[in-house]
Design a protein around this ligand. Structure first.
Ligand SMILES: Nc1nc2c(ncn2[C@@H]2O[C@H](COP(=O)(O)OP(=O)(O)OP(=O)(O)O)[C@@H](O)[C@H]2O)c(=O)[nH]1
Ligand SMILES: [Mg+2]
Ligand SMILES: [Zn+2]
Length: 343
C-alpha cells in the first residue's frame, strides 16, 4: 500500500493510507542509513508499506520527495535532518514580543524554504502585545519588498485568522519558528478541534510541542506543526550562494570586481558601494551578513527551543532486531498513544 507518514516516534511511524491510520516500523536500512541523513524518514514522506495487522505495517521504501525543509544537525556538518517532506508552503511564525522579534531566524527559514522548494510566507503573531505598529512595521515592509506575503495575527485576540486560512486552504503547509511564538495556538484558533497543547514559554527551557505532526484541515489542506528548534543551521549552502537569496544583492554582485566576491572585505565591491550611497538597505545587508556568518557558525541556541526533536532516531543507537521490534510494536504503540491522550 502507499501512504503518507504523519508522525514519527522513536522507531514507530504513523502512516495514513486510504483513510486509515497504520502504526509502522521500517526496514532496518531506513532507520540506520548511510545516506548522510540523520533520519531517512520524515513526516510528509510518501511510503510504500506492507500491512501486517489491521492497523500495523512495515515500511518498505520511501518515494522520491518533491520538496523538503532541512537543516544541518548541530555539531555535525555532514548530517542533514529533514524536518518535513513534500509540503507546499513554509509558514514562518515569529512574535512581536515574548519571544522578541528577530529577523535572523526569519531569514534563515526563508532561505531553507527556497532551497527546499517550499513557498515561504511570513506570519507575525502576538500583535496584541505591541504598543504600536512601529514595533514590527519595518519587518513587514522588508519582506513585502521581497515579495513574500506577510500576515499579521493575534491568536488570542483572533485577529488575521481569515487571511491565515486563505494561505492554508487547499495547500500543505509547515509551521516553523522559535518556541513560544504561537504556532500551535494559531492552529487551534483556526480549528479548535485540533486541541494542540500550548503553554507559556517556561523558564526551565521547556518547549511545548514535542514532535512534528501532519494534521488535516477542515477547510481543506494539511498543516504540519513543529517544535521550535534550538539551532536551525542551513544545510548545504555555501558562502558564495547566500547572495542568491537576496535579490538586490545578487543583482549588484554582477558588478563586483572579484568573481567570488562575498561583499565583506573585497576591493571594488558594488554591494558595498551601493550601501555607502544609500541604494541598498542596511537592514538587508546586515541580514545578509548574519546568514553569511551562520553558514559556518551555528546560531546561539535559545534555551526554550528543543535541541533535538525527541523522536530523533540516533544513528548510533542500537536498533533491535526486526522480530523484536514487531513484538514490541503493538504494545508500545498502544502505550504511547495512551500517554499522548493524557497530555
Ligand atoms: N498575547 C498573545 N499570546 C499568545 C498569542 N498566541 C499564542 N500566545 C501564547 O504564547 C504561548 C506559546 O504559544 P504556543 O502556541 O504554545 O507556542 P508554539 O510556537 O507552539 O511553541 P512550541 O510548541 O514550544 O514550539 C502560549 O501561552 C499562548 O497562549 C497571541 O497572539 N497573543
Ligand atoms: Mg507548539
Ligand atoms: Zn561584492
Amino acid at each position: 500500500m502507499e501512504g503518507v507518514v504523519t508522525r514519527i516516534r522513536s522507531v514507530l511511524c504513523e502512516v495514513d493510507a486510504e483513510g486509515s491510520s497504520y502504526t509502522c516500523t521500517a526496514r532496518g536500512r531506513l532507520i540506520e542509513s548511510d545516506t548522510g541523513e540523520s533520519k531517512p524518514l520524515a513526516v510528509g514522506d510518501r511510503v510504500v508499506f506492507e500491512p501486517t495487522e489491521a492497523d500495523e505495517g512495515v515500511i518498505e521504501k520511501v518515494l522520491p520527495r518533491h520538496t523538503k525543509l532541512s537543516r544541518r544537525l548541530p555539531r555535525d556538518v555532514h548530517t542533514e535532518h529533514v524536518i518535513v517532506a513534500n509540503v507546499d508552503r513554509l509558514l514562518i511564525v515569529a512574535s512581536v514580543r515574548k519571544p522578541p522579534l528577530t529577523a535572523g531566524i526569519i531569514d534563515r527559514y526563508v532561505i531553507a524554504g527556497e532551497a527546499g522548494g517550499l513557498e515561504p510566507v511570513i506570519c507575525i503573531n502576538k500583535t496584541d502585545l505591541a504598543e504600536d505598529e512601529s514595533e514590527y512595521r519595518h519587518v513587514v515592509a522588508a519582506y513585502e519588498d521581497l515579495d513574500y506575503p506577510v500576515l499579521l495575527t493575534s491568536a488570542t485576540q483572533r485577529v488575521g485568522l481569515e487571511a491565515l486560512k486563505d494561505v492554508l486552504r487547499g495547500k500543505s503547509t509547515v509551521l516553523a519558528g522559535h518556541s513560544g511564538v504561537g504556532k500551535s495556538s494559531l492552529l487551534n484558533a483556526i480549528q479548535p478541534g485540533l486541541a494542540l497543547r500550548t503553554a507559556p514559554v517556561s523558564t526551565k527551557g521547556r518547549h511545548t510541542t514535542s514532535s512534528v505532526s501532519l494534521l488535516k484541515l477542515e477547510i481543506g489542506g494539511y498543516v504540519v506543526d513543529t517544535p521550535g528548534i534550538r539551532e536551525f543551521t542551513l544545510w548545504e549552502i555555501e558562502k558564495h550562494e547566500v547572495a542568491q537569496f537576496f535579490p538586490r544583492i545578487w543583482e549588484l554582485s554582477h558588478e563586483c570586481r572579484m568573481p567570488d566576491c562575498v561583499h565583506t572585505h573585497e576591493p571594488d565591491c558594488a554591494v558595498k558601494r551601493a550601501l555607502e550611497r544609500g541604494e541598498l538597505s542596511r537592514w538587508r545587508y546586515e541580514s545578509y551578513l548574519r546568514i553569511l556568518e551562520s553558514v559556518e557558525t551555528p546560531e546561539v541556541p535559545r534555551a526554550t527551543d528543543v535541541e533535538e526533536p525527541e523522536e530523533q532516531i540516533s544513528r548510533h543507537k542500537r536498533v533491535p532486531s526486526r522480530r523484536k521490534r514487531r513484538q514490541d510494536l503493538g504494545r508500545r504503540a498502544r502505550r504511547e498513544l495512551a500517554e499522548e491522550d493524557e497530555e
